[in-house]
Design a binder for this molecule. Structure first.
Ligand SMILES: CC(C)(COP(=O)(O)OP(=O)(O)OC[C@H]1O[C@@H](n2cnc3c(N)ncnc32)[C@H](O)[C@@H]1OP(=O)(O)O)[C@@H](O)C(=O)NCCC(=O)NCCS
Length: 287
């Protein structure tokens, strides 16, 4: 087993609470590391666990978890836990985790889950939609699709996400969240393999040759899966294609690094919008 065998690699730093007197990781923590990596796996598949498994009509229950120890991890180590689905049974799914320090394999974890009814816990056949997604992901294929269009095309899905993120999570009043720009904006939505919207954003005009991107929202359960970046890139493409020279946006301060990584530069002083600290950022578009 090698690090490059895994498409999903979750980074973990060994903490004080996880080591014993010799500063070696206590063996039971490897199960925890594998479990956290599985959470990341669903994120990489674009599946917000609760909503997705509710739609699939069941949940995954751990049937077996076993660790094989080869070498210890110690305090301060940075580990990468690779996780992959190695077998699809009738009602079960088998995952394998590899705990790496650099390229060195320290330990492996085997996990067997059973897909079962959430209430009765009676095993059910693994749904075909989930099988297809796992097969596609492990084969290195894309597991989402990005759609770009009008409010008419995408409003229902974009609104669902924006109400969850901005209104319910961030406390923005509904009457300012859905506004008069929506019917004229170009919207982008990323849909997961089950057809559920997981990320959205919109592009409007801010003057001749200047686009304005906003309302960027990713389902909180799959943040960090690069879905926000996918939406941003799609809106930047749309802006470039219609001939804009540059794009401006009002970034929430906590998301400044997200936009910096995409080539935006902050300008001016920070300010508040809807009670949230913001900063204006701009990106010149290459033709
Ligand atoms: C901000 C938001 C849209 C980012 O989307 P995301 O899907 O979580 O981000 P991605 O996984 O696409 O991240 C792309 C890159 O930005 C980085 N990044 C994302 N959010 C970040 C943050 N808050 N701080 C620092 N870096 C961040 C990622 O690490 C990744 O870096 P890499 O290119 O080096 O790998 C999303 O977190 C979100 O919806 N937040 C709540 C709503 C919100 O605040 N919207 C922004 C309004 S301006």
């Amino acid at each position: 087993m090698q690090r490059q065998d895994f498409r999903c690699l979750h980074r973990i730093e060994v903490r004080w609470s996880e080591v014993d007197a010799q500063k070696i990781v206590f063996n039971a923590h490897y199960l925890m590391y594998a479990d956290v990596a599985v959470t990341d796996y669903w994120r990489q598949l674009g599946l917000p666990y609760e909503a997705s498994f509710a739609a699939l009509g069941g949940e995954l229950f751990v049937k077996k978890a076993s660790v094989t120890y080869r070498a210890p991890a110690t305090l301060g180590d940075v580990l990468h836990v690779g996780i992959r689905c190695v077998r699809q049974g009738n009602t079960s799914l088998q995952f394998e985790a590899g705990v790496f320090r650099g390229l060195d394999l320290l330990n492996t974890v085997e996990l067997v889950y059973v897909f079962a009814d959430a209430a009765t816990r009676q095993p059910l056949p693994v749904p075909q939609a989930l099988r297809d997604l796992l097969t596609a992901y492990e084969a290195g294929e894309s597991v989402v699709r990005t759609q770009s269009g009008s409010w008419n095309d995408l409003g229902r899905d974009a609104e669902r996400l924006r109400l969850a993120v901005f209104v319910r999570e961030q406390g923005v009043p509904r009457e300012i969240e859905i506004d008069e720009f929506d019917p004229v904006a170009r919207h982008a939505v990323v849909f997961n393999g089950l057809g559920q919207p997981i990320a959205t954003g919109r592009l409007v005009s801010d003057g001749p040759g200047v686009g304005r991107i906003g309302r960027m929202a990713v389902d909180r359960n799959v943040r960090g899966g690069r879905w926000g970046r996918m939406v941003l890139d799609s809106l930047l493409d749309a802006s470039r294609q219609r001939g804009d020279r540059e794009v401006v946006l009002h970034a929430q301060r906590h998301a400044e690094s997200f936009y910096l990584r995409a080539g935006f530069t902050p300008e001016g002083e920070p300010y508040e919008e809807a009670g949230i600290p913001h900063i204006t950022m701009r990106k010149v578009l290459a033709s």
